[in-house]
Design a protein around this ligand. Structure first.
Ligand code: GUN
Ligand code: ZN
Length: 406
């Protein structure tokens, strides 16, 4: 990752044309003394949970029953969905996040409303309703014969969009029948859509899953039904066996690492060394609302702590890469990605999309290490003041930023 103490970025249309040390020539905007980074990538976040951040109602299954499912039922109401979608999308832009993999509720209309809000704001996203047809509150059960045609219609409606894609999201094995998982895998294959789900998060969840599906391990349940491949993003992956890690590497499935969520629910610590040892693609997920912040730097600080707990001291440069270019590549938005013709994102480099966030750094901060430390680890870090996607400003904190004195 390159760093310029006093740099210049030339944006032409949607793309970055040039980056380098400032050459003294006139510029359109002087952003000093701010720190300009690529926009952040959030590989796992739940929009219908954005109003229950901080619900400390127990470990995973209890938290889902007490806090999450009652809230997600409210997204049957389009008016409520619109209100939450607008503020959620603004929250992403305010956090400097420019690309996200977003879970909806079971309601296709609530995901349509989210996609409209993302389009209006100009963000990039891969989003879908969650699929649930068993062992869930009645109001959240949507059988495959209803859910999949709705999902397919949504995918058709957004097909070819330059920034938005529809994803196939069987919520987790415990909320899905075999028929649902198979139909979901088939739709993803037929339409070349991303798949995402939760896996190996919590000890009770794992035991119940292996018992219900009579499986040796959790990954086997999804493998059996065709859900594990290089376009699958798996949130958590905390308690994998060596065999599961090997099969993840073989499939090149993506780990969505959600360390703040894992800490808050007490789910455990993901052994990040297993991922590094096998070169498994990894991206960071805020996992709001089990995660307590939409800020990817906040998530990266938790990833650092999680690394130490599991025996790996992570370089801050690697952390920032995971939160930007690495995350983008894992979600098919890298230079060799399969993101459906979308441009590469995640770096301030020529030819990349101009997706950027501007951070006010304290004046005493010096050099690359100082800037990275302040950005990632100062818990009192100020929020980004401006965010751009494809060269277009999608968020501005207002007057303080507009006069260039960030
Ligand atoms: N497993 C199934 N659903 C969820 C969810 O909404 N959040 C988390 N963290 N884990 C899940
Ligand atoms: Zn989640």
């Amino acid at each position: 990752m390159d760093y310029w103490e006093d740099g210049v970025v030339v944006v032409e249309g949607e793309l970055i044309a040039e980056v380098g040390p400032y050459d003294g020539l006139p510029v359109d905007e002087d952003l000093r003394p701010g720190l300009l980074t690529p926009g952040f990538v959030d590989a796992h976040v739940h929009y219908p949970q954005s109003r229950i951040v901080g619900a400390a109602s127990g470990p995973l299954l209890e938290w889902l029953a007490r806090s999450v499912f009652p809230q997600e039922q409210r997204f049957a109401d389009d008016g409520y969905a619109r209100e939450v979608a607008d503020s959620f999308v603004e929250g992403l832009a305010r956090a400097g996040t420019t690309l996200a993999m977003i879970y909806g509720s079971v309601h296709a209309s609530a995901t349509q409303i989210l996609l409209e809000a993302l389009e209006a704001r100009g963000l990039r996203a891969i989003a879908g309703p969650v699929l649930m047809d068993v062992d869930s509150p009645e109001a959240l059960i949507r059988p495959p014969e209803l859910a999949l045609p709705e999902l397919e219609a949504l995918a058709e409606r957004w097909r070819g969009h330059p920034r938005l894609q529809v994803a196939v999201i069987p919520r987790f094995a415990l909320s899905c029948s075999v028929e649902m998982m198979e139909a979901a895998a088939e739709l993803a294959r037929a339409r070349d859509l991303w798949v995402s789900t939760h896996i190996s998060e919590n000890a009770d969840e794992i035991a119940l899953t292996c018992a219900r599906f009579q499986a040796q391990d959790y990954l086997e349940v999804y493998e059996r039904h065709g859900l594990i491949h290089a376009r699958t993003v798996l949130a958590h992956c905390i308690h994998f066996s060596p065999s599961e890690w090997e099969r993840m590497a073989e499939a090149q499935a993506v780990v969505a690492h959600c360390p703040d969520s894992n800490a808050f629910l007490g789910s455990g610590s993901m052994p990040v060394g297993e991922v590094l040892a096998r070169d498994i693609p990894l991206a960071i997920g805020s996992d709001v609302a089990a995660g307590r912040s939409l800020s990817i730097p906040h998530g990266l600080a938790h990833a650092y702590d999680n690394g130490l707990r599991t025996g790996t001291r992570l370089d801050p440069r690697r952390l920032l890469w995971w939160g930007t270019a690495g995350g983008a590549q894992a979600l098919g938005h890298g230079p060799t990605g399969t993101g459906g013709g979308l441009g590469a994102v995640g770096r301030l480099a020529p030819g990349y999309a101009a997706d950027m966030a501007l951070h006010p750094v304290p004046s005493y901060v010096e050099g690359e290490d100082g800037a990275l430390g302040a950005l990632l680890f100062d818990a009192d870090r100020p929020r980004p003041t401006r965010t751009w996607v494809a060269g277009r400003e999608v968020y501005s904190a207002g007057a303080g930023a507009a006069d260039g004195g960030a």
